[in-house]
Design a protein around this ligand. Structure first.
Ligand code: DX5
Ligand code: ZN
Length: 215
């Protein structure tokens, strides 16, 4: 069964506790938390106090996706805020190996996200160090965008890299995920699916999470 990580970016920010409790009671596995700085991506979402507020009520691991420049500055802060998985963008790190070590030294699982234009081959030398790779199937910054189909082939390539290296890295995919695109991604080797608008804009988010879980 896939790991399902609903994206809180699509939740009702004025009712965060209610949406957090909905996810607690659903068959979701993680909370996907999108932090944007308005520099790395052309949007600002929320920061540490909001992550802490969700963590206070969440009973499942926080899967934090940092879309920020120079993420090294904030690693210990996100640990303190309650992150279990901390994912940084390959495109935002000058010394990726060092950043990965710092996340693990801080006591979190380490993830790296790849923008749609970045090939999986850039991770060849660090894949064995990674707990998770996040394949972006939209350009990061906004929810509700159209799925980029080339992500399916990227998942296949990444799965091959992980298998060839004997690594146990999880493959997560983020952007435009629904039951159709989700099924294709899982068939290609994905382990975890992020879904924002497909879950929160549906009539019954709990049932929609279950539909993804059943894929
Ligand atoms: C986009 C974020 C996503 C976003 C996905 O930059 O990383 O997590 O919430 O939203 P949907 O599922 O609506 O494409
Ligand atoms: Zn995300």
């Amino acid at each position: 069964m896939p790991i399902i990580s609903p994206s809180m970016l699509a939740s009702d920010f004025a009712n965060l506790q209610k949406d957090t409790e909905m996810i607690n009671q659903s068959s979701a596995d993680w909370f996907h938390i999108d932090v944007m700085d308005g520099v790395f991506v052309p949007n600002i979402s929320f920061g540490l106090p909001t992550v802490k507020a969700v963590a206070k009520h969440a009973n499942k691991p926080l899967d934090v996706h940092l879309m920020i420049t120079d993420p090294d500055r904030y690693i210990s802060h996100f640990k303190d805020a309650g992150a279990a998985y901390l994912t940084v963008h390959y495109e935002a790190c000058n010394h990726l190996h060092r950043t990965i070590q710092a996340i693990k030294d801080a006591g979190m699982k380490a993830g790296v996200a790849l923008n749609p234009h970045t090939p999986v081959s850039v991770l060849t030398e660090v894949i064995s160090e990674l707990d998770l790779v996040l394949i972006m199937s939209v350009n990061p910054g906004f929810g509700g965008q159209t799925f980029i189909k080339a992500a399916v082939e990227k998942v296949r390539n990444l799965k091959k890299l992980i298998t060839d290296k004997g690594a146990s890295t999880l493959i997560e995919v983020d952007g435009g995920v629904n039951t159709q695109t989700g099924a294709d991604l899982l068939a290609a080797g994905a382990d975890a699916l992020v879904a924002g608008s497909f879950v929160f804009k549906s009539d019954n988010p709990t049932a929609t999470i279950q539909d993804l879980k059943n894929l």
